[in-house]
Design a protein around this ligand. Structure first.
Ligand code: GLU
Length: 314
């Protein structure tokens, strides 16, 4: 008999209550809307193969998705370019911060789609001739992953665009290298709007589940992207999704995931479930402190580690 618990009856409220005692970390202050986030906030949700969504208190409170959008941008870029995105963006981990001003030295390509350089590029190659068309394409695509219509927080989008100096720098560098083919400002505009899409933990869990189930949304039944696209995206989440903390994450949690500065973490446990935790205080790798702890517990107790669970390994 399995020593693991059944996700259908797993006590998420108990997990959340225990996480609330977990202190530490700093709330990101890159834009005013993130700086004012409540450090005690904590929401957890999971989406199961039959489309059931299980969640805690606060799992319906909206946050900007920030970098948790990157796997889905990559998926849309792979779909819209018929896989050509893989020629324009690397897939190797960087061991550096999410916004490092660095491209592949031999090709000038962004190192992978989970860091800012890569996400700026993926957002620039989805279908659409201008900023408005690419923005609309991204919103439609993300909504299909979520199984409900999503919206952009206009204030967050504006501030991300205005205050994202490192993103402007990265876009200009990619222009200089010839790897970015739209204007630097257009690339930042589309990426900023994608980061400003509002999600809650329930929505994010369904989005993660859609990747976990080979691109098929378990809520709506829609095949949002082909299985091979979902497989490519989940592979890169496993190796690069938690930035320079990806190795540590993979060993301890063992579930492909993407972290973000809003404190959101989206997880895709292949053929098992999608899950999300949102809690703003971040560790030195930009990963939610409670999000990491809660993800580890879910992985251990539900047996989600893709290389076999290892309870008690921190
Ligand atoms: N919008 C953020 C930025 O580009 C996303 C970074 C993150 O969530 O890790 O700086």
């Amino acid at each position: 008999m399995s020593r693991h618990r059944d996700p259908r009856s797993y006590d998420l409220d108990r997990l959340r209550a225990e996480m609330l005692d977990h202190d530490g970390g700093e709330v990101n202050d890159s834009i005013p809307q993130l700086a004012s986030a409540d450090p005690t906030f904590c929401a957890i949700a999971m989406a199961l193969p039959d489309g059931t969504v299980r969640s805690t208190a606060q799992a319906d409170v909206a946050f900007s998705v920030q970098s948790a959008v990157k796997p889905f941008l990559f998926a849309l870029a792979l779909l819209d370019t018929d896989g050509q995105a893989l020629e324009r963006i690397g897939i190797e981990p960087t061991g550096e911060a999410f916004d490092a001003i660095k491209l592949e030295s031999d090709t000038g390509r962004p190192p992978n789609p989970m860091v800012n350089a890569g996400a700026l590029l993926t957002a620039s190659i989805v279908d659409g001739d201008d900023v408005a068309a690419r923005d609309a394409r991204i919103l439609t695509g993300l909504s299909a992953f979520a199984g409900r219509p999503l919206e952009v927080d206009e204030e967050v989008a504006r501030d991300e665009h205005l205050l994202g100096d490192r993103n402007h720098a990265l876009a200009h560098l990619m222009r200089a290298e010839g790897t970015l083919r739209v204007s630097a400002d257009d690339a930042v505009a589309v990426y900023a709007r994608a980061c400003a899409v509002l999600v809650d933990a329930e929505v994010l869990a369904v989005m993660g589940a859609t990747l976990a189930f080979g691109g098929r949304n378990p809520l709506t039944g829609e095949q949002v992207v082909p299985p091979e696209v979902a497989r490519d995206v989940v592979s890169v989440m496993a190796t690069c999704g938690v930035y320079d903390g990806s190795g540590r994450w993979m060993r301890s949690v063992g579930v492909p995931a993407k972290s973000s500065v809003s404190g959101a973490i989206v997880m895709s446990a292949p053929q098992r479930l999608g899950a999300a935790v949102i809690s703003p205080p971040l560790d030195e790798y930009g990963t939610s402190v409670r999000g990491h702890a809660a993800s580890k517990r879910l992985s251990d107790e539900l047996g989600l580690h893709v290389f076999g669970s290892a309870p008690g390994v921190d």
